[in-house]
Ligand binder design. Sequence first.
Ligand code: CUA
Length: 335
Amino acid sequence: MMMQSPNIPSSGPIDLPLDGSVHSLWMPVNAAQGAADIDFAFYFILAICTFFFVLIVGLGILFVVKYRKRPGYVPKPSPHHSLKLEITWSVIPIILCVFMFWFGFTSYMHGRTMPAKAEQISVVAAKWRWEFQYGSPNRVSPELHVPVNEPVVMTMRSLDVIHSFFIPAFRTKLDVVPGRYSKVWFTPTKEGEYQLFCTEYCGTGHSGMAARVIVQSREDYEAWVAGLDVKDSDFPTAWQWGEYLFTKKGCAVCHHVDGTKLVGPPLNLAFGNERKFADGTSLVADENYIRESILVPGAKVVEGYPNAMTPYQGLVNDSELDGLIAYIKHLAGKP
Ligand code: CUA
């Protein structure tokens, strides 16, 4: 009885764009509460800046031409101090700036004040993947699913460097910093599929550190979350459990299993073959080596690759390690 796995999440660099509007000259599709306010502030400031740019540069050019030195032109003496003019060009910009500040500050405070009741999702950022936890460490996915028309609070942490959580369609962006939690919230208003990007340069795999965001009805969301609770017993063999984990834990982001190089070495022929390391040593890959490479990847770095992998110590348990090792053995055709 081969169990089908409807919930195996997609992972790895995603095909961009999911939504062509990201390439629009104007703001991308707007799919969260409050996004319209942010757009208004942006367009308002853009309009003011454009108006004054054209006015100032236009007058500058006009005066250069009009008052240029030329035969027969006698310059008039400069006019005296004009209080009326001084007040006009001080007061109008102050009013505009106060309005911009007030508008930006109230929107910002609204975004920083967490709602009392909300769907809670934990986010773990690491080079170079996102992991979303839905209520329990067992329920994790590299995809972000959220219910429509409900506030959602994301509690985020990073395992290594500074990343940044950015969903353009929600106008939501916040840094994810190692050693502390950062919180962000939003209320998605339109069902559909959106993009999440890392927007803080975090190393080689930064540009691929993206994820799908799926906004769905409460029923669909709950059904999807319940389906994440996959037990190892749901898989007929250990390697199939491992294959599932390979995607779910984000391994596939940096390791291909078809022999091609990615950030990390391909893993299809790893097991049972000689590995050469950056420090000049080598060994034949066995279970202990694979285990060590998952938990403490920096211990033995394969020659020709960067020491780029985040340690998985504390992120995989022993049974999951068994599954992953079984999968890597299976790939190499070993029993
Ligand atoms: Cu993570 Cu850029």
